[in-house]
Write a protein that binds this ligand. Structure first.
Ligand SMILES: [Zn+2]
Length: 156
């Protein structure tokens, strides 16, 4: 996946996703409780993606050493471990996950990464190999050294 975020394509997609979000939040007369709350959840999903397609990620630095992670990306947030002086490629790697979620929406991106992990567990029969070979991780690794510059809120 190339850097489609903050391109003309992402502006168009952001408008489409925002429209879907608005539709989800407008209650319909015949919607029961389950349909109504499902649509609210989908509305949040599309609204978050709409922001991510045109807005900067929000970087939060905190101690993640207890989790054994350099960082992770969730919706508009990129969380990085502040217990070490993280190199730029760590932020770039997590930004690629941000882009994946912006375009696929957090919900679809999350489901696809779980399906990909499950299939890889059958293929590799090893948790680490399965994880690092998911499409999401391969895509993020391919871009982490590409020198792409982007704006973000917070961080160092
Ligand atoms: Zn990753």
């Amino acid at each position: 996946m190339q850097n489609l975020v903050n391109s003309w394509f992402s502006v168009v997609l952001a408008v489409v996703f925002a429209s879907v979000a608005v539709w989800c939040f407008v209650p319909q007369e015949n919607d029961g409780a389950i349909i109504r709350y499902t649509k609210y959840a989908l509305g949040v999903n599309f609204a978050v993606s709409s922001y991510m397609l045109v807005g900067p990620p929000i970087v939060i630095e905190t101690d993640l050493s207890w989790m054994g992670m350099a960082g992770f990306s969730s919706g508009p947030f990129i969380v990085l471990d502040n217990s070490w002086d993280w190199p730029d490629y760590v932020l770039r790697h997590e930004y690629q996950h941000f882009c994946q979620q912006a375009i696929l929406t957090p919900l679809v991106s999350g489901v696809l990464s779980k399906v990909s992990l499950f299939i890889n567990l059958i293929i590799y029969r090893d948790w680490h190999e399965a994880y690092i070979n998911t499409w999401h991780e391969r895509d993020a690794r391919e871009h982490e050294e590409d020198g792409f510059e982007f704006d973000y809120i917070g961080g160092k």
